[in-house]
Design a protein around this ligand. Structure first.
Ligand SMILES: Cc1cc2nc3c(=O)[nH]c(=O)nc-3n(C[C@H](O)[C@H](O)[C@H](O)COP(=O)(O)O)c2cc1C
Ligand code: SF4
Ligand code: SF4
Length: 378
């Protein structure tokens, strides 16, 4: 599989594909990652317990029969575990602490090793919550944001792992972004109902952070449901315990989609109510009553401004052409998965492949959002 098929980057970190191994305490160590996730774009080791309080909590959890990584020298363990992951995936390290200082020490180590730090604001084991760590951080936003700011002062690339539907997610995500986090790792859990796809779309429309999503992904269709709502990456945890080949299968499938379609996480059309703001790249000229008008309002565009911004992008690109299409230019044309002989005829005449057309639409979506009159992240 080519390492350049995807163009997925955060700062100077480049991922070869958008599939990640999610952390599972006591399970996802370097050996597990090498065995089950050798093809992944990202493997997240841990969670590791950094201070005496989380270490004590972990021993209590182990005593009642749940697995956890136990070590009185977590930084040494983390250092050797990072080195033990085979070349290929980017590595991240998921960590818990009841105070910020150990997180800063871990951030320095992790940054020097060239990997990503992930703050666990997700664990809901009672012993962890009782000491103000894990998911307890979601209900103390001031503390969470203060920690993020301090950790980011080290210059580390920081992911924050959160569980959905615990607090007001939009408020949470916007505060995490303002505090300086680079990545939001969202467990899109809805109690008893699998992944909350609508929430993924709403979060995509509220933040510019890199978005990793998970929950209950066991096949490519579920992963695609998350990608099409705006996930930049999809991670898997329990599914890998059930099926050792899951990560490789997801990587193969999404790589084929990227080769054929050029935009692995292309959104749905806005008219169906499922498309996030990026779906405006596929919208018609705004001349009839339809959901485009409410959608562009979210970005502060009038119909004329929206028309102008799309035409501005199209100028000097292949999307400028297409006299024979509904609105006279490919810039107003639908997603490639919607069959249309008019658009396809133009693409054929221009010698533009389906993947190249979609790549241009992706750039157009970024352009529309980058130039919004009202930024999506408040
Ligand atoms: C046994 C187990 C241990 C976990 N440990 C952690 C952890 O230490 N840190 C963390 O952020 N998430 C942890 N998680 C959550 C997973 O990373 C993931 O968000 C969750 O399981 C949903 O994804 P899935 O449906 O693919 O399993 C754990 C999950 C399981 C099943
Ligand atoms: S402009 Fe076209 S694609 Fe967009 S919402 Fe309206 S009908 Fe749907
Ligand atoms: S020409 Fe086809 S692809 Fe373009 S807007 Fe019309 S229906 Fe959609």
């Amino acid at each position: 599989m080519s390492d350049n098929l995807f163009d997925i980057k955060i700062g100077n970190v480049s991922f070869r594909n958008p599939i990640a191994l999610a952390p599972m305490g006591g399970i996802t160590d370097s050996r597990f990652a090498n065995e089950k996730a050798k093809d992944a774009g990202l493997v997240i080791l841990g969670g590791y317990n950094l201070d005496a309080a989380t270490q004590k909590a972990a021993s209590e959890i182990v005593a009642r029969g749940r697995e956890e990584f136990e070590s009185s020298e977590p930084l040494k363990l983390i250092e050797s575990e990072i080195k033990a992951v085979n070349n290929g995936p980017v590595v991240a390290v998921n960590v818990r602490s009841s105070t910020v200082e150990p997180l800063i020490e871990a951030a320095k180590l992790v940054k020097d090793a060239g990997v990503i730090l992930e703050l666990d604001a997700h664990c809901r084991q009672k012993e962890i919550i009782d000491i103000g760590a894990g998911q307890a951080l979601l209900t103390d936003l001031a503390k969470l944001c203060d920690w993020i700011k301090h950790i980011k002062e080290t210059g580390v690339v920081l992911s924050v792992k959160v569980r959905a539907n615990v607090v007001d997610d939009i408020e949470l995500v916007q505060q995490i972004e303002s505090a300086g986090a680079d990545i939001l790792h969202l467990d899109a859990m809805q109690e008893g109902a699998g992944a909350d796809l609508k929430l993924i779309k709403n979060i995509r429309d509220s933040t510019r952070m890199f978005l990793i999503c998970n929950n209950s992904v066991t096949d490519i269709e579920m992963a695609k449901d998350m990608f099409s709502r705006g996930a930049d990456m999809v991670s898997v945890a329990r599914g890998v315990l059930e099926d050792s080949a899951l990560v490789s299968q997801l990587v193969n499938n999404i790589s084929t989609q990227q080769k054929d379609m050029g935009w692995y996480n292309a959104p749905k059309h806005v008219c169906r109510g499922e498309g996030d703001l990026r779906g405006l790249a596929f919208c018609c000229l705004p001349v009839k009553p339809c959901p485009v008008h409410n959608t562009i309002k979210k970005l502060g565009y009038s119909a004329q401004e929206f028309t102008d911004v799309k035409m501005e992008y199209a100028k000097d690109t292949m999307l400028e052409f297409g006299d024979s299409t509904c609105f006279g230019s490919l810039v107003w044309c639908c997603k490639i998965s919607k069959p249309c002989y008019l658009r396809d005829g133009v693409l054929e005449t221009l010698g533009v492949s389906d993947a190249e057309y979609m790549r241009l639409k992706k750039e157009l979506a970024d352009y529309i959002i980058d130039n919004a009159k009202k930024p999506i992240n408040g």
